[in-house]
Design a protein. Structure first.
Length: 97
């Protein structure tokens, strides 16, 4: 669970990031989940965008992804989702306490 201070820190870190995954009409599938897990292990903090043509609700997609990738939800703003998970092998982001 992230504190308010940690969420603010991660939002500021994610501000300059561009979304590296897009969720379209197909929704979330097992292949996408696996790729997101791999990206979280390398980057720790990622942005995902839900495309306009998608029938998915971004908040629901965020809940599904956090559960399947064992990550933490930083923010859902509009159609953009920000996820965080500490890397098991090489942690880069130091969260404030």
């Amino acid at each position: 669970m992230l504190t308010g201070k940690q969420k603010r820190f991660l939002r500021s870190e994610a501000h300059h990031l561009t979304p590296i995954f897009q969720i379209g009409k197909g929704g979330v599938n097992s292949n996408m989940t696996r790729q997101i897990k791999e990206a979280l292990e390398v980057r720790e903090l990622i942005k995902i965008s839900v495309l306009q043509n998608s029938d998915e609700v971004p908040a629901e997609v965020a809940q599904i992804l956090t559960r399947k990738t064992k990550s933490l939800l930083v923010q859902v703003i509009g159609k953009t989702i920000i996820l965080y998970r500490t890397s098991k092998t090489d942690p880069k982001i130091k969260l404030p306490s």
